[in-house]
Design a protein around this ligand. Sequence first.
Ligand SMILES: NC(=O)c1ccc[n+]([C@@H]2O[C@H](COP(=O)([O-])OP(=O)(O)OC[C@H]3O[C@@H](n4cnc5c(N)ncnc54)[C@H](O)[C@@H]3O)[C@@H](O)[C@H]2O)c1
Ligand SMILES: [Zn+2]
Length: 719
Amino acid sequence: MSETASLPVEKLTKDQARAELERLAKEIAHHDALYYREDDPEIPDADYDALRQRNAAIEQAFPDLVRADSPSVHVGAAPQEAFGKVTHSIAMLSLDNAFSDEDVADFVARVRRFLRYDPLHGALAVTAEPKIDGLSLALRYENGKLVTAATRGDGTTGENVTRNAETIDDIPRTLPKGVPDVVEIRGEVYMAHADFAALNERMVGNGGKPFANPRNAAAGSLRQLNPEITASRPLRYFAYAWGEMTSLPADTQMGMIEAFEGWGFVTNPLMKRCESVEELINVYHEIEENRATLGYDIDGVVYKVDRLDLQERLGYVSRSPRWAIAHKFPAEKAFTIVREIEIQVGRTGALTPVAKLEPVTVGGVVVSNATLHNEDYVRGIGQDGEPIRGGKDIRKGDTVQIQRAGDVIPQVIDVDLTKRPADATPFEFPTVCPVCGSHAVREENPKTGRLDAIRRCTGGLTCAAQAKEKLKHFVSRNAFDIEGLGDKQVEFFYEIPVEEGGIHQPADIFTLQRRDAGSLVKLKNRDGWGETSAKNLFAAIDARREIDLNRFIYALGIRHVGEGNAKLLARAYGSWAAFAEGMREAVDHASGAWTDLNNIDGVGEIVAEAVVQFFAEEHNRQAVEALLAEVTPIDMEAPLAKGSPVAGKTVVFTGSLERLSRDEAKAMAERLGAKVAGSVSKKTDLVVAGPGAGSKLKKAEEHGVEVISEDGWFELVGE
Ligand SMILES: NC(=O)c1ccc[n+]([C@@H]2O[C@H](COP(=O)([O-])OP(=O)(O)OC[C@H]3O[C@@H](n4cnc5c(N)ncnc54)[C@H](O)[C@@H]3O)[C@@H](O)[C@H]2O)c1
Ligand SMILES: [Zn+2]
């Protein structure tokens, strides 16, 4: 960075200002391209916002230096050529930002001044709603039918993503009778936290690279050249604005949003109408407090003048409307000191370095730990061997910058080398497990030939850390969820020998009461326990002797099998018996069972391999058998689409279809509750074959699978 880049705006000479504006224009354009086109930004939003703010401040101080390509008059980035282009009939703009309460007061004062709306006119109504952190999408309906969906692009021209948008459940394909001839709804495509976590789990399981955050995941999923990929991504949509409309169903912002809701769109329930700056600020804080529990990312609150006639009079400045502003949440970043670097051993034996920090408030939350992911990360090396943080390593005693994004675990994003203590030494990553002393190794990834980023303890169940973490996982909220048996109690029971009333493996939980009866020291007499708490625990355990199959599978803690994959497996196999049998057969990669497993939509080879390996291990089989003597997994029924004749069936489409594209056929079948597989196996229920169907048709005949034509399909499903 040049010296001018760090000079305060008021100290800049005219020449320096000119050079700065040029540098900022280039730099911002570079980050815009990464963010909007590649969905892969390289700097945090707060840093990007700081660049823009500096640019705006310099432009204000030197108005005659404003460049033709100034970032302050541009929105987003030009559409990617690979998509068709859509010209927006009304430009899609950005929003001006407010970063403080004063900025909000200024905004309202500005609006009032512009409109000469003095207090005599009474209160000025302004709406407040969450600013969803996704990407905007315009939906054009003609005569009630969705005709185009377009991204914002550079505001004038966007990308045509109609086929992709059609796969999003929240987006109606048709609107009710009586809507205006042309309706253009605008809103935000986003991904919920849970869906994001499941998607990343799947991506990693398939050997891919996870998305950095839900916004990138949403943008990357919507902007896919293959709509089939979009369809497999759990995207959602909030409607909050509009473009071209032949007539308006209301005369206020609030009224419009209510109308959209009536037309079948999802609108945000937290939107409120306010009548003063204080009220706006209150709603802002209310929404900010709820932020962590919403289940999706928001990055601020948007205020909009409620009356549409006033909006029209206010109009637009270059890249944003005068009648709206986004009140951003404070940057969730802070500097603090690394007191210690500790190694935690997880349930799969992963050795994870954790930075113990001098506690610091980041975005309103006190942070005292930050994950350091793995040894490469500590050394300043990223997933693909590339340098991160400019290649700076992290040491005990370092002053580091912490970032918290949504509910994500805080991360160390930078190290201030000028503050590094003279005696700080590079962190030495252990090569033995700090808990059990077994060797800790980095396995080679068979696919890439590179070393796995994670070093793992090879101690297996003899490692107390792994055993305890497995138990904690087993009883966790989305697994067995046993009330009164949390992390603390797991630690407690693990310290007790099994024959004296301890718990060392999952089955022990369910024999606890029986063993307690014959135990020398009864649970109710142990420290911290009593008659009631012991009784309650036994009851809570008994309440879980029957459990949903997907929870059961998830609880086993098989590598790469998180909640999402557990559900996929449970749904595909339906019962524990079928699942276990399939996995035992699938050890033979030439078997149909292995093909079936890999044919499950969303289950990749890495996951498949992990599950099969789990079953191949004798001690896992024993542990599961002991468990099954105590608990019963409940069979999972295929999700039934009401009255659909293909619900729960596995369908394969082959050959060329005439009335349907392959994607549409797939979407249709899935909507009707069927599973669509790519190849035929004995699990296939139905093959829909068009002209030119080859090997799949033959295979269907071999397996005795029913084969119908495309017309037969329509007859069957009645559409
Ligand atoms: N890290 C980077 O390199 C990088 C690069 C470019 C942009 N960015 C980030 O992107 C953002 C700027 O992007 P922008 O130009 O899209 O502007 P913006 O996100 O600040 O505001 C405008 C957008 O807000 C969205 N929005 C969400 N909820 C809304 C609601 N309820 N009502 C109205 N609009 C709503 C719309 O999509 C609209 O286009 C900033 O957060 C910036 O930090 C980051
Ligand atoms: Zn160990």
